[in-house]
Ligand binder design. Structure first.
Ligand SMILES: *Cc1c(COP(=O)(O)O)cnc(C)c1O
Length: 431
């Protein structure tokens, strides 16, 4: 009996099975397709594929059967209509913005972003005539005040990096509805296991696959999931309603017929991906599929270990403050209770007594934690953002991004919790 006959599969089941159709080889594992190009059946077949009259494989820059399983599986886990996997999370964010915004359009975004995203929004998008207005995600009035007739994207992260504020996705969704602008959510820190933004009214969900979905620190990749529910026929979205020079005059919101709900992902594949080339390697897709198989049980343990570490740090004499959305005293706890009932994720941040200098020493004296610029590995990781990931930000921008000199960022792994706590204790003691 094929998987397609399974009635209402649960998250864990979808993560193991969705998107794979058993092929003629009867491979149980998802086959890894290492090829650059695919044979056309006929001249007509080739013509139909290029005209989007038929969907199928053409060239691996545009897609690959291994990638297709990954895309279908993540779309199913998020409750989306379609997905596109890309070379990195950063690439996924960039293509999402340029797949909506034309020159002169604007973005309204949460201010507490992943460092690379902040730089993309603040310094690089303006090169293309796209202005980004930042507002405090906890301040609906400020977000609303930043929206104007040029706004085409409302953007947030589910859990802000690195201050770990939880974004009120329901509030963002109501602004998105009121102003008829798509809500784009970077859900990397929560993964579809902890939060499914589409269920709360988001339209586009982005993940850095590099983090918890891959889960083992072995590959870079990103993915964009489209809910298929946004009305791109609103004429203010010029990229969807005017003939597209990037795809022989097609109007993506008008000319696709039955494929209309897939307009966003089809455009991203055929315009930005096809012509800018940020494609993901089939090998990386295969690794991310391995990660997805165990995502549910890993996220449970990441969350359980992180909560335990956060509670431990809360009462530690060398620690001045701790943030973890799962802590009862945390400012984000109320939102975490509403949005993250299955767990608050693997990230913990805290302030070390002694500030910047003590922070750097603490990182150096850790034995079990790895000092790397990454999160979401099965192994525990630590970093001091003010001197590394966010070091290109001015002092003023550091404050608006929620980063103080004493802030230590921990990505809590799957080691035994006793060993994790013992390593933190010995390093705090040595400082
Ligand atoms: C890592 C990360 C990114 C960037 O993803 P890459 O795969 O490293 O390009 C974007 N957003 C968040 C929240 C991240 O953690």
């Amino acid at each position: 009996m094929p998987y397609s006959e399974v009635k209402k599969p649960s998250f864990e089941t979808v993560a193991l099975h969705a998107g794979q159709t058993i092929d003629a080889t009867k491979s149980r594992g998802v086959p890894l397709h290492r090829t650059s190009a695919y044979l056309f059946d006929s001249a007509e077949h080739a013509q139909n594929l290029f005209a989007l009259k038929e969907l199928g494989n053409i060239y691996t820059r545009l897609g690959n059967p291994t990638q297709d399983v990954l895309e279908q599986r993540v779309a199913a886990l998020e409750g989306g209509a379609a997905a596109l996997a890309l070379a990195s999370g950063t690439n996924a964010i960039f293509y999402s913005i340029i797949n909506i915004c034309n020159h002169g359009d604007e973005v309204v975004s949460s201010s507490n972003l992943y460092g690379g995203t902040y730089t993309m929004f603040n310094d690089i998008l303006p090169q293309f005539g796209v202005k980004v207005r930042f507002a405090d995600p906890n301040d609906p009035a400020a977000l609303k005040a930043a929206i104007n007739e040029k706004t085409r994207v409302l953007y947030t992260e589910t859990i802000g990096n690195p201050s770990l504020d939880v974004a009120d996705i329901d509030m963002f969704a109501s602004l998105s509805k009121e102003f008829e602008i798509p809500l784009v959510v970077d859900s990397t820190f929560t993964t579809p296991y902890l939060l499914r933004p589409i269920e709360h009214g988001a339209h586009i969900v982005i993940h850095s696959l590099t983090k918890w979905i891959g889960g083992h620190g072995t590959a870079i990749g990103g993915i964009v999931v489209d809910s298929g529910t946004f009305n791109w026929q609103n004429p203010k979205f010029s990229l969807y309603n005017e003939p597209d020079g990037g795809y022989h005059g097609l109007r993506f919101a008008q000319d696709l017929g039955d494929l209309n709900p897939l307009a966003f992902i089809l455009r991203m594949r055929t315009v930005p991906l096809r012509n800018l080339g940020g494609s993901i390697a089939p090998d990386n897709c295969w690794m991310f599929l391995q990660g997805l198989e165990t995502l549910a049980i890993r996220m449970e343990r990441h969350s359980e270990n992180a909560l335990s570490v956060a509670k431990h740090l809360e009462s530690h004499p060398d620690v001045s403050w701790v943030r973890y959305p799962g802590l009862e005293k945390d400012p984000a706890h109320k939102l975490a209770t509403k949005l993250l009932p299955a767990g608050a994720g693997g990230m913990v941040v805290f302030g070390i007594k002694g500030g910047r200098e003590a922070g750097q020493k603490f990182i150096e004296n850790l034995n079990l934690f790895s000092h790397v610029a990454n999160v979401g590995d099965a192994k525990s990781l630590a970093i001091h953002p003010a001197s590394t990931t966010h070091s290109q930000l001015s002092d003023e921008n550091l404050i608006s991004a929620g980063i103080s000199g004493d802030l230590i960022r921990l990505s809590i792994g799957l080691e035994n919790i006793k060993d994790i706590k013992a390593d933190i204790d010995q390093s705090l003691k040595s400082v």
